[in-house]
Design a protein. Sequence first.
Length: 91
Amino acid sequence: MPTAIVFAVYGCATFLALFLLYQFRATHWYLHALSLAIALVIGLMPIPAAWHVPVIELMFGAAFLLLFLWGICAPLFPGHNHHHGSRAHHA
């Protein structure tokens, strides 16, 4: 597989993870923790022998990178602070 395709796919996964964080900010912490856990499961699970095809391995790598970056970079994109109970009261 050409190196340019690998860089393009991993670059798109990185861009998508950071764009989603920038656009929608960090959501609930447990979703990012779940994303990290799923990324680690994807990264540590053995791939069946029949799936040792470059395209499938590239898809697993891109999914791992997307989920890992979305989970680990969440503190860099804090969510909007909504204070539902603390509105200013005017006389």
